[in-house]
Design a protein around this ligand. Structure first.
Ligand SMILES: [Zn+2]
Length: 311
């Protein structure tokens, strides 16, 4: 599905909404609230990224959960599920409004921690106390809704811990034919944010994922970590080469989110070694938090040159 060419993914939804004057960083639902209050703003950001050259749109469901919507929006479970489904449709609508074909809509499946409003998505703190069944039960309603909404695949992303990745992959067996990539958030060039060895984590995903798993990699991590992380997969026992298991890469801007303070600012422009990442097996390259449409445009230009060379 993703192996035959290098594709451009989109960038950060929240930071691009902020460029439009919609800063959601102090909201417990973050940008997921706009699925309820201002869905057209979300579709506009998807269009911004398409215009910049993105070929894969990630739905705005990262921080969307049934209990979060029930608690913070006062809606019913059914209404919460409809909002999650709408996150996929907004990306599909944006894709239909362009003359581009072959746009993929990846339904974002963020970690359990991302919906707890305590920064635990970056440590995996909650996950160690949960059983596989509890993790599967928590992920099931959103995954089901995203699958039913016709997303091209699932972007199971920013996972701090291999335990949660394996639980989601087990869950996907309930949805035959569904495809997904798994990307971890990582704290250094060898370890996920929960401290799992990255190469071993990817190997375990590959052994459990079966036909559902169409890509593995890293997102929402410092760009400087991408290359050592990709290198750690080269020749790793049990990790198929990129032609069989594409590497997925969409780091953040390198800035760090500090709870209660916000983003540490990093004024340096993005100068990412996109070509080197591609040589190391990246088949999808985009950005996560604080990566703007202008950054995706730069990446898309480089990707176009790489694809031309490889024709
Ligand atoms: Zn991010």
């Amino acid at each position: 599905m993703l192996a035959h060419k290098l594709r451009v993914c989109d960038g950060g939804m929240g930071s691009t909404l902020a460029l439009h004057g919609l800063s959601m960083e102090t909201d417990p639902l973050w940008s997921a609230r706009l699925l309820h209050s201002n869905p057209s703003a979300i579709q506009r950001v998807h269009s911004d990224f398409l215009d910049a050259g993105a070929e894969i749109l990630v739905s705005n469901s990262y921080q969307a959960s049934v209990e979060g919507f029930v608690r913070h929006l006062g809606v019913s479970s059914e209404e919460a599920l409809a909002l999650i489904g709408n996150s996929v449709r907004l990306a599909q609508n944006a894709a239909q409004n362009t003359n581009k074909t072959d746009i993929l809509v990846a339904g974002s499946v963020g970690p359990y921690g991302a919906c707890q409003n305590d920064g635990s998505e970056y440590t995996g703190a909650h996950v160690s106390g949960m059983t596989d069944e509890q993790l599967m039960d928590w992920h099931r309603p959103r995954v089901k809704q995203i699958v039913q909404s016709g997303a091209s695949l699932l972007a199971v992303e920013t996972l701090p811990a291999v335990k949660e990745a394996l639980a989601v992959l087990r869950l996907l067996r309930e949805f035959p034919g569904t495809k997904a990539w798994i990307t971890f958030s990582c704290k250094d060039g060898k370890h996920t944010n929960a401290g799992n060895d990255f190469g071993s984590a990817v190997q375990r995903c590959c052994s459990v994922g079966g036909d559902a798993l169409v890509g593995v990699g890293v997102n929402c991590s410092c760009p400087s970590l991408v290359l050592p992380l990709l290198e750690s997969l080269d020749g790793h026992p049990g990790v198929p080469p990129p032609d069989i298991m594409p590497r997925i890469v969409y780091p953040n801007s390198g800035e760090i989110w500090v709870a209660g303070k916000g983003w540490t600012s990093n004024p340096a422009p993005l100068e990412w070694p996109v070509e080197e990442w591609a040589r190391r097996g990246a088949r999808v390259i985009g950005g996560c938090c604080r990566v703007a449409p202008s950054d995706i445009k730069t990446i898309a230009q480089t990707v176009a040159k790489i694809n031309l060379k490889n024709l």
